[in-house]
Write a protein that binds this ligand. Structure first.
Ligand code: PLP
Length: 217
């Protein structure tokens, strides 16, 4: 991260590392906490919810901030808001409606990203670029919630530079209606350096930190 930042004249403090700990036990998260890591990301509520509880037992003093980065079913929103502060995967109106219903029941501030679908497959997570604006308008109405910007996952086998270029264009469009939503959640283990050079403010890195993920956590 440091060399990628300096290569593109950016400050390391402008890029948040979200360590993706899915398929790894709370003990691994605790080790990362001991190393000073603050932000953690998970993609399944069934796994993340007990893990957040377990981390609080293992490291009661930890200030860990949980990010939810996976496809979020509406019926999981209530559970996810109990531990996650940042939602990276807002991708449809029905999810925004559920957030509107649940957010007032929770204290503290929440924030998140609208997830962009970079493929032509509507079944994939994320909103198609042409539908980003209306969805963002809805997110801007949410109580107690700050829209940070756009999140995306580069498609498998696609050129990540071309993929991130599409994200930058969508981000520019988003900022026409939400000038403060400038953040970019792009970049994973394979492409975080490129993502940093293209303006990532949040990188979501798993296996480059934890090693290959165990299949059965
Ligand atoms: C698993 C995951 C990551 C991290 O992937 P790595 O290749 O292990 O760095 C990032 N973002 C999302 C949405 C993920 O599901």
């Amino acid at each position: 991260m440091a060399s990628a930042c300096s290569a593109s004249g950016r400050s390391l403090t402008d890029v948040e590392l979200v360590a993706i700990t899915k398929n790894n036990p709370a003990e691994v998260v605790a080790e990362l906490v001991d190393l000073g890591q603050l932000h953690f990301g998970e993609n399944r509520d069934q796994e993340a919810s007990p893990k957040s509880v377990r981390l609080a037992e293992l490291r009661p003093q930890s200030q860990a901030i949980w990010h939810f980065v996976g496809q979020l079913q509406s019926n999981k929103v209530k559970s996810v808001l109990k531990y996650a502060r940042v939602i990276h995967s807002i991708d449809r109106e029905s999810l925004v409606s559920e957030l509107a219903k649940q957010l007032p029941k929770f204290e503290g501030n929440f924030s998140g990203f609208v997830e962009l679908n970079l493929t032509n497959d509507e079944g994939r997570g994320g909103v198609l670029p042409e539908n980003l604006a209306p969805l963002a308008e809805s997110v801007l109405q949410l109580p107690n919630f700050e829209l940070l910007g756009v999140m995306a996952v580069a498609g498998l086998g696609m050129d990540p530079a071309a993929e991130f270029e599409k994200v930058l264009i969508a981000s520019g469009k988003l900022q026409e209606l939400a000038p403060k939503a400038t953040k970019l959640s792009i970049g994973m283990s394979e492409d975080f350096e490129l993502a940093i050079s293209m303006g990532a403010t949040h990188i979501r890195v798993g296996s480059a930190i934890t090693g290959p993920r165990p299949l059965n956590p």
